[in-house]
Ligand binder design. Structure first.
Ligand code: TEU
Length: 549
């Protein structure tokens, strides 16, 4: 086992974490000021979303200088201080590297767009005619440049131009900038949409949006192996690839140690269970059986294939999980704890997104003026232009917008939830005065203390790392039950995903009378000794360690 296979990683969206300077947006010194809290929580590593120089059209995922800190986040000295202070607390810092595309304000693009024979022209992807691929943020994936009379490719916003990875000079520049950050002392990289970097040379037209051609594209494994040789080899780094619309087979290849590519992969299949017919922008309930099936297939598949999963419910692109798969009203506390337990006992490296450990909810913004995200604003415009009503457009946006997770971290009941002394760049949910760190630190029954216990369990229960995953009752419509099995011992993980109580009968031999049992964690204070016949309360969840003897 590698160290990172025992780690828990905490994701920070610095724009919304803490403002040390008292600005509307957060900063790196604001992160440094909260390191004691993160150490108390017990996390090993921080993934901080991009804070490099950027016009901030996509909140830093549009980088214009890979060697400079965006002034809104502070200075290079602040960054060095943060790395050093985190290191003193045994915490690594993972840098979010966005190299599928750059901002069109990057000097490479400024050069490239200036003439057809500029040496940087081939850093990007140009065509005389666009094909019919679509941008992930809506509309065509091609933008016309009048000055040179060609179109350039952008899989995301039209200000995020895709780099041409087939050009060896591009790869050399990427590896150089990664070595720069490695040598500054970062503990690893989170690689944004890294499975989209290799496009097929012929750019075939598609009958859908084009993703089947550029996802896990022709040379992607070769380029990642080159990155491994050029940047990772002989360095103790945690490298996580964000894989968009990927497959299990590719993720095994990306993350198997003998492939010499990455440490682990994020995939999003389990977060599309509320996208009916793969459509994100409609309001819909989630499909629980599908959620269990997908997570189980990935557990078994990655385990058998020797890959490693990055585990997560939340990030800066996803709504809050308690509002999504739990209950953010009456059962908020138990359901948030249940969701944490269900995820943290799987094989892989769990990621906790800021505020998830508090059971933070979607803010429930009803008006488009309250939203800031470029994707949300694009979609709203496209929906309204297509004649969809205001009410239906907003119903989908309230449920699905990325801004649901981008509201400021709730530190206290102070104004602006203790995030800043100034009004923040985006609003806060009304519940911030109740749901915050200060309240929960003092309350040992809080979601926060439950997450702290989950993090500690990962160290004390080796079966979480290497126990064989086996799902029980796969067709049960309300509970997700699984085992993590080792030699003569097992963890039994039981989660009721709904607000109704229910009775569950476990198969023979899962718990027998002669087994020793120890409760590892539970979300009700008065958990009883368990039998084969289980009566589960709303959102009840618990883990038992069982030993044959
Ligand atoms: O996201 C990649 C991605 O494909 C999504 O999760 C995306 O946000 C979603 O499909 C939109 O519905 C990464 C970053 O996490 C995201 O914040 C960036 O906007 C995106 O890449 C572009 O860099």
């Amino acid at each position: 086992m590698q160290d990172w296979q025992r780690s828990v990683i905490y994701q920070i969206y610095p724009k919304s974490f803490h403002s040390h300077a008292g600005n509307p947006t957060g900063d790196l010194l604001g992160v440094a000021a909260k390191l004691d809290y993160l150490q108390w929580l017990g996390v090993d590593c921080l993934w901080i979303t991009p804070f490099l120089r950027s016009p901030q059209r996509d909140n830093g995922y549009d980088i214009s200088d890979y060697y400079a800190i965006d002034p809104s986040y502070g200075t290079m000295a602040d960054c060095e201080l943060l790395i050093a202070e985190a290191g003193k607390r045994g915490i690594k810092l993972m840098l979010d590297i966005v190299v599928n595309h750059t901002s069109i304000e990057h000097t490479w693009f400024q050069q490239a767009r200036s003439s057809l024979d500029n040496p940087y022209r081939d850093f990007y992807i140009w065509r005389d005619q666009p094909n019919n691929w679509e941008s992930k943020f809506g509309g065509s994936a091609w933008e016309y440049e009048a000055q040179t009379g060609q179109y350039f490719l952008h899989l995301f916003d039209h200000t995020q131009a895709d780099l041409n990875w087939d050009n060896p000079k591009v790869r050399a520049e990427v590896f150089k900038l990664m070595r720069f950050w490695r040598d500054k002392g970062v503990g690893g990289f989170r690689l944004d949409v890294i499975n989209l970097i290799s496009k097929p040379a012929d750019f075939p037209a598609d009958n859908t949006d084009g993703r089947r051609f550029y996802t896990d594209g022709p040379n992607v494994h070769q380029y990642l192996q080159e990155m491994h040789r050029e940047v990772f080899e002989d360095h103790d780094l945690i490298n996580v690839g964000e894989m968009s619309s990927t497959s299990l087979e590719h993720c095994i290849r990306y993350s198997r140690p003998d492939s010499r590519e990455l440490s682990m992969t994020f995939n999003f299949h389990h977060l599309k269970v509320d996208y009916p017919n793969m459509q994100k922008w409609v309001r819909a309930d989630f499909d629980f059986l599908e959620l269990k099936r997908i997570l189980s297939d990935w557990q078994t598949g990655m385990q058998t294939g020797g890959g490693w999963n990055a585990l997560f419910w939340c990030n800066h692109d996803q709504p809050r999980v308690v509002s999504r798969f739990g209950d953010d009203g009456e059962h908020r506390v138990v359901s948030a704890k249940m969701l944490g337990t269900a995820l943290h006992f799987l094989q892989g490296t769990p990621f906790i997104y800021q505020g998830e450990e508090l059971g933070m909810t979607n803010p429930g913004f009803e008006h488009i003026e309250q939203y800031r995200d470029v994707e949300t604003l694009n979609i709203y415009r496209l929906k309204r232009e297509a004649g969809e009503s205001e009410a239906s457009s907003m119903a989908a946006i309230m449920q699905k917008s990325r801004d649901n997770s981008r509201t400021p971290m709730q530190w206290s009941a102070q104004p602006n939830a203790g995030f800043s002394s100034t009004e923040p760049w985006i609003g806060l949910p009304a519940s911030a005065t109740q749901i915050n760190v200060e309240n929960q630190l003092d309350d040992t029954t809080s979601v926060l203390h439950h997450y702290r216990q989950l993090i500690a369990s990962r160290r004390s229960e080796p079966l979480i790392q290497d126990g064989v995953y086996r799902q029980l009752l796969p067709t049960h419509k309300q509970v997700w039950v699984y085992l993590r099995e080792g030699d003569g011992e097992r963890l039994l993980v039981v989660n009721n995903f709904y607000g109704a109580a229910c009775e569950v009968e476990l198969p023979e031999r899962v718990i027998t009378d002669c087994m020793l049992q120890r409760q590892v964690i539970s979300n009700y204070p008065d958990g009883e000794v368990r039998k084969r016949q289980l009566f589960l309360r709303p959102y009840e969840s618990f883990v038992l360690h069982l030993t044959d003897h």
